[in-house]
Design a protein around this ligand. Sequence first.
Ligand code: PEP
Length: 249
Amino acid sequence: MRKQIVAGNWKMNNDLSQTESLIYELKKIEKTSTAEVMVAPTFTNLYKAFESLKDTDIEVIAQNMHFAVNGAYTGEISASMLKSVGIQTVILGHSERREYFNETDEMLAKKVDAALANSMRVIFCFGEVLEDRKSGNHENVVGSQIKNALFHLDADAFKHIVLAYEPVWAIGTGETASPEQAQDMHAFIRKTLADKYGNEVADSVSILYGGSVKPNNAQEIFSKPDVDGGLIGGAALNATDFFAIVNAF
Ligand code: PEP
C-alpha cells in the first residue's frame, strides 16, 4: 500500500515568531486522515520547528540542500547539517529552484545521491511549463526530468523517494491541473517507472500532485487512483486550510 502524504512547503515565508505561531495553530487541529503530514520551514527555523513538532506526527522537512559533504560553498547547507538538527526528508528540484537558481537535472542527480548517501528521504519535484503543456510536449519533458535525475539509481533507492508532479503553470497561480490532467500525468509517471524498474517499484512509489491545491479542490484531486497526496504551497501557510487539505483524504 502506497503512503499518502501531504507536505506543506512554506518557501521563504515566516520568521521565527511566525513559524512558532503557525506551529501552535497546526498542533491545535485534529488530524482525521491517515496521510503522513510534513511541513518545510525555511532553514533558520528548522531546528526550532523540529523541536516543537518532534512529539507530534507532523514531520519537519527541508526545502533544499547542497550536494557536497562540506567545504567552500558559501551560503549552502549539507545533508549532514540537516540530519544534525533532526531532518530526515528534503524537497529537491522544486521549479523555483530550477528557475531562479539554475538547478539542472545533473545537479539534482548529485543532490539526490547526497541525500540518499545520508539515509534521507527525498521528495523529488518536476513538472512542465505552460508552453510544453500547450505544445503537447509535457510528457516528454516530465519523462526526461525523471530519467535524467533518477534513472542512475537502483530499484532499492526508490524506497526513499517520493515524486511530486508540479506543473509550473499551476504553482501559485490559482490555476490547478484538472483532476483528469493530474491522473493522466501520474499514470504516465508510474508507467515510466514501471518500464525501467518493473511494476513492483512503480506501484510502491508515492506520487504527489502540487499546484494550487486548496481545501475546495483537494478531495477531487486526491480521489484519483495514481495521486497519492499533495505538495502544498500557499494553502500550507494557513493551519486551517492546510489541515482541511490533509483531512481531505
Ligand atoms: C509549490 O510551490 O510547491 C506549490 C504547489 O505552491 P501552490 O500550492 O501555492 O501552488
